[in-house]
Design a protein around this ligand. Structure first.
Ligand code: TMP
Length: 494
């Protein structure tokens, strides 16, 4: 796998090194190996910088020096790292010459041509330009010892800034401009989405559905004495996999079993599972109290899982609160909900919140392709349709399985819908109904159509006009078509 190349640019004092360190830390937290480097660099034992500082070369000579330094840097450091699958962050690169040597009066076309010779095909995918007024830069760099003096004048830096911005406008899809007067935290926050996008594009690394990093963090928190967690995330985000990992770590003797919501059995584990609002009642929570009355049998801890915690009645919630107020030393609570705002605030405040984000669709596609043995194309569509939530995939496939559609509708349609509840006005419910609505489309298809084409499907989906995002209509139509083509069409035609 090839790595990715990020460069950070900006006039002196704009905070490039601080940002580079933050980006490195972030990428490493995602399991990416990072090489942080800079220009002018260590080529020729760092003599280029020495010459710049002490000899004041003429503009053209200066440019050649930077080019020589850059060529060595690319071939000896950057390219080998990228080929080894590492990511490279370079503080300053080709754009520095365009701006600085351009500001010293060198012809910018010439700089561009020489840059291309020096770097070959090693282009940055992302360049972050930290933009700062020259006057502010001057304030910041006053008193720094190692700088190149002739660059450190306000008028000159102002010219450099202008050229940087010009280049950023011309290469808008590679260079992003970030206001460098805001705090380092804010700067990082505004850069992060671009990093995430790049990660998505470049590194569809193996998807760990059990999210070991989060499970580990929970275990460490438990070691520090925390005992209650409210795990939350969009419906289908795959929370069970993560919670199972936590349970197996705390209760290693737990066994895999079928027909249990979490697929786990141990006398030290209790799962309270509700399928619709208000389905977790007070007696179920009282049973948790009884369960926790006795010490664990096989492990150091007893684990109580409540899923979905927002499905507790008010009485059940209050009963749980009592238990959470004075839990036994062995009691660990893993609450899960798709609707954190519906969990009693007093319960929420007694739990450490653990948010589960959606997986990137790239990663999820790789997972789906393997797990469900579908084509890459179909996997990517499924990944997008399930919006990064792995547990929706199975659901979607189930809905789209022609034979089970009618049964499925009968069984499931009302599962989440207490009678009388408005379907469309309640956004949260709508989310859950989303897939059920799809199955109604399918029913329409089955009853009304003989020959199905992707366009027919798209029309039906549009006609229904109930789906949330435009982009999804085509996806849904394609999926339905692929899945049903064989099954339904044949059944109707024959
Ligand atoms: P630094 O102090 O940011 O390490 O960089 C030394 C100076 O070199 C800085 O003022 C910008 C300048 N420079 C150029 O003029 N052209 C270039 O191509 C590079 C990489 C740096």
């Amino acid at each position: 796998m090839k790595g990715a190349f990020i460069t950070i640019e900006g006039i002196d004092g704009s905070g490039k090194d601080t940002l580079a360190a933050r980006i490195k830390e972030y990428l490493e937290s995602k399991g990416i190996e990072v090489v942080l480097t800079r220009e002018p660099g260590d080529a020729f034992d760092g003599k280029v910088r020495d010459i710049l500082m002490h000899n004041r070369p003429l503009p053209l000579s200066e440019m050649f020096l930077f080019m020589a330094d850059r060529h060595e840097h690319v071939e000896r450091v950057i390219r080998p790292a990228l080929e080894a699958g590492k990511w490279v962050i370079s503080v300053r690169f080709a754009d520095s010459s365009m701006a600085y040597q351009g500001a010293r009066g060198v012809d910018r076309d010439l700089i561009e041509r020489l840059n291309m010779e020096a770097i070959g095909d090693v282009f940055p995918q992302l360049t972050i330009l930290l933009d700062l007024p020259a006057s502010e830069a001057m304030n910041r760099i006053k008193g720094r010892g190692n700088a190149v003096e002739h660059f450190e004048r306000e008028e000159f830096l102002s010219k450099v800034r202008g050229l940087y911005l010009e280049d950023a406008a011309a290469h808008g899809n590679r260079i992003i401009v970030v206001d460098a007067t805001i705090s380092p935290d804010e700067i990082f926050r505004s850069v992060k989405p671009y990093l995430d996008k790049l990660i998505d594009e470049v590194a569809p690394t193996e998807m760990d559905i059990s999210r070991a990093e989060i499970a580990d963090a929970i275990i460490r928190a438990i070691d520090r004495g925390m005992h209650a967690f409210l795990v939350y995330g969009p419906w289908g985000c795959g929370h069970k996999h993560m919670i199972r990992k936590v349970i197996y770590t705390l209760v290693p003797s737990a066994k895999d079993v079928e027909d249990e919501p979490y697929g786990i059995y141990s006398p030290d584990v209790m799962v309270v599972y509700g399928e619709k609002p208000s389905s977790i009642k007070i007696d179920m929570v009282r049973a948790i109290g009884d369960f926790l009355d006795y010490r664990p049998i096989e492990a150091k801890y007893k684990v109580v899982v409540i899923d979905d915690a927002s499905f507790m009645t008010l009485q059940a919630s209050n009963a749980l609160l009592k238990i959470l107020e004075e839990p036994p030393e062995w009691g660990i609570f893993m609450l899960y909900t798709s609707y954190p705002e519906r969990v009693l605030s007093t319960i929420r405040s007694r739990c450490a919140g653990v948010r589960l984000d959606r997986f990137s669709t790239k990663q999820l596609a790789v997972y789906i392709e393997e797990r469900f043995s579908v084509s890459r194309e179909e996997a990517e569509t499924l990944a997008r349709l399930s919006e990064g939530c792995p547990d929706r995939v199975e659901h979607i496939l189930q809905v789209l399985d022609a034979e089970s559609i009618l049964d499925y509708i009968k069984e499931d349609f009302y599962k989440y819908v207490p009678v009388g509840q408005s379907l469309v006005e309640d956004n949260v419910m709508w989310d859950k109904l989303f897939l059920e609505v799809e199955s109604l489309f399918l029913q329409g298809l089955m009853e009304g159509k003989q020959h199905i084409t992707p366009d027919d499907v798209l029309m039906l989906v549009e006609w229904e006009g109930m789906l949330k995002a435009n982009v999804q209509k085509k996806l849904i139509a394609d999926l339905i078509y692929w899945r049903l083509k064989e099954g339904i069409e044949r059944a109707h035609i024959s």
